[in-house]
Write a protein that binds this ligand. Structure first.
Ligand SMILES: C[S@@+](CC[C@H](N)C(=O)[O-])C[C@H]1O[C@@H](n2cnc3c(N)ncnc32)[C@H](O)[C@@H]1O
Ligand code: SF4
Length: 418
């Protein structure tokens, strides 16, 4: 008999697909905003989505909300307040729910953070990327280092000290000193959380077509290690491949993805994952990706796919192996509904290769395991040749924050991220 699938915690992801300008390295579901922001139609469509998805939840509580993008900060605080109100009306939002808003330092009104906080935002994730004006230029960013500093100061002043800075390293023309300086500059702004991603060249981006010259593998590894030492000496702990924070400031929303929790996905291209213990099914939901089509659809057109059991080990490990704290066998069985024997052999092999440590009640990736995540993950791929292409594994590299994760099946279909 299979172990019982249990109901995991539930989060809500809301996607905003527009940016002031599309960055040449970015393969997220985001588009340059041409003309006026379709504020009213988009908000109304999101509300309709929330309403349509609520009945299947049977009163389950939402533990976190993430407004991601694209650039959600293009929507003014009253829009975010309105959505949170709708979410409260349609769903059961936990009183202490973490509510994160992604913001671009070049696309947020001065003084708006106070209002976002009043609207119910408890955490902000700021796309700093670098503090070097030349690097920002090469990345096509719309803001200066000074604008990031101003935004961080405003966050502190607004009582939103619980903020994250996104930084990237191994940038075009960057040297070791430059990468470390970026981390020092970021730490000087006293963020509660820092995400540190190696710039990767993604298919379909401008950088893929006109590849910039990037630091080689050895230099990139040296940057990662030097920056890690800086982050650790500043008192931040690495709790995920690319995420650093004190235990109090870990991102609850992302932790829920990485522990294979459930989430509702609302907005253009957003994915969801929902577990139904009564039928033993885990279902992926996908919204129409293209904003115009998403907006035009008269009815809520949500694609649903039950994840085949053979794909669950890889799906679980793709998330759980990113965490420095690893996972327990009990979490694996209760979140997938599979017996431990489904992965026992691969786990034993990963331990033998030095990728995984066995603790009293958990399995934790070693330093080597975190570095060679892809090699460890290959062993969990489904036997059946509906195999993901290389892109499934590129998702496992220390790359962008999965404000909305890129589940295995999207990769199988060769589509882009969320
Ligand atoms: C979806 S973006 C949202 C943040 C916001 N739109 C911004 O850029 O200011 C999340 C983060 O992913 C990271 N990212 C995006 N594309 C990347 C790439 N090709 N390689 C590494 N990191 C990337 C960036 O650090 C970015 O801040
Ligand atoms: S990195 Fe952020 S601002 Fe740039 S295109 Fe992607 S989502 Fe938009």
């Amino acid at each position: 008999m299979l172990p019982a699938l249990t109901v995991p915690p539930l989060a809500l992801y809301v996607h905003f697909p527009w940016c002031v300008r599309k960055c040449p390295y970015c393969d997220f579901n985001s588009y340059t905003l041409n003309g006026a922001l379709p504020r009213e139609p988009y908000l109304a469509r999101l509300e309709k989505d929330l309403e349509a998805q609520a009945p299947q939840l049977a009163g389950r509580e939402i533990i976190s909300v993430f407004f991601g993008g694209g650039t959600p900060s293009l929507f003014a605080p009253d829009a975010i307040a309105r959505l949170l109100e709708t979410a409260r009306r349609q769903l059961k939002l936990a009183a202490d729910a973490e509510v994160t808003l992604e913001a671009n330092p070049g696309a947020v009104e001065r003084g708006a953070f106070r209002e976002y906080r009043a609207a119910g935002v408890t955490r902000v994730s700021l796309g700093a990327q670098s503090f070097d004006a030349r690097s920002l230029g090469a990345l096509g960013r719309i803001h200066s280092p000074e604008e990031t500093r101003t935004a961080a100061a405003e966050l502190h002043a607004a009582g939103l000290a619980n903020f994250n800075l996104d930084l990237m390293y191994a940038l075009p023309g960057q040297d070791l000193r430059g990468a470390v300086r970026d981390v020092e500059e970021a730490l000087a702004l006293a963020p509660a959380h820092l995400s540190h991603y190696q710039l990767t060249i993604e298919a379909g981006t401008v950088f893929a077509a006109q590849r910039p010259s990037l630091p080689d593998e050895d230099l990139s590894a040296a940057m990662r290690d030097e920056c890690a030492a800086q982050l650790a000496s500043a008192g931040l702990c690495r709790y995920e491949v690319s995420a650093w924070a004190s235990p109090r400031a870990q991102c609850q929303h992302n932790l829920n993805y990485w522990t294979f929790g459930d989430y509702l996905g609302v907005g253009a291209g957003a994915h969801g994952k929902l577990s139904f213990p009564a039928s033993g099914e885990i279902v992926r939901t996908t919204q129409l990706r293209e904003p115009r089509r998403y907006l035009a659809a008269a009815d809520v057109d949500l694609a649903r796919r039950t994840i085949p059991q053979r794909e669950l080990p890889f799906e679980f490990m793709l998330n759980a192996l990113r965490l420095t704290a690893g996972f327990s066998a009990a979490t694996f069985t209760s979140r997938t509904g599979l017996p431990w024997q489904a992965v026992e052999g691969q786990i034993r092999a990963a331990i033998a290769r030095g990728f995984l440590h066995r603790g009293a009640d958990r399995f934790r990736p070693s330093e080597r395991g975190l570095e060679f995540l892809n090699e460890m993950l290959v062993d969990f791929l489904p036997e059946n040749p509906e195999k993901p292409s290389g892109s499934a594994l590129s998702m496992a590299t220390p790359k962008p924050l999965p404000g909305a994760v890129r589940p295995l099946f999207t990769a199988i279909r060769g589509a882009n991220g969320e």
